[in-house]
Design a protein around this ligand. Sequence first.
Ligand code: ATP
Length: 230
Amino acid sequence: MIEATDIDTSYGGIQVLWDLSFSVSEEEGVVAIVGPNGAGKSTLLRVLSGIQPIDDGELTLWGEDIESLQPSDVVDMGFVHVSEERNLFNEMTVEENLEMGAYKRRENMESNMQEVYDLFPILDERSSQTAGSLSGGEQQMLAIGRGLMAEPKILALDEPSEGLAPQITDRMFEKIEAISEDVTILLIEQHVNKALSLAETAYLLENGEFVAQDTGQGLLESQHIEDAYL
Ligand code: ATP
């Protein structure tokens, strides 16, 4: 479980997140964070991953203070972040990339890999191809698959539909919904309608502050979303 109270963070003295308070538990399905470009969504995920330090406030992951954790501890505890950049090992095969995700979970590696292949059969077909030779959609599937290999309790996805064709985006959302039956998804998305339709809980982030929180459907129908996006 992630619990944040009044967290602030900044880059080189310029504050980008202001007094954010929220919680995400592994009982939830999809929690969405939406907001305009530059609002601070990716920064928030970097804070939760222990990559970006907080200046003020309190942040605990499963009861442990983030300041006492290394980014690798955060992964071990169950928070896995699939970043916008995807960060695949392009020269390595699909299978080797999946193995890299399982570096601390060797005992279940074979069965976890089978689950990833069941979820994304195209990765099974391409298992001995290099990651760099995959299409954008396949690379995104591989990045998510590699995240799942670490057995997350909460999986954060930063714009998983970025750069994907509309049809592939729809399929990606179906996969996200399927994954959320087993793993809590913290979802950052530019496809606001799709993200909010899936989310049980949703936050609107603007200029580094949460300006609304509701059920996904509630936020979708709210004036806040109309004001932010229309
Ligand atoms: P986008 O959807 O465009 O990625 P975002 O909501 O994820 O936007 P962030 O990428 O978190 O927003 O950026 C929040 C603010 O912090 C922006 O003003 C951005 O320019 C700034 N910022 C992000 N990364 C850095 C960095 N490494 N150094 C300095 N400023 C940064």
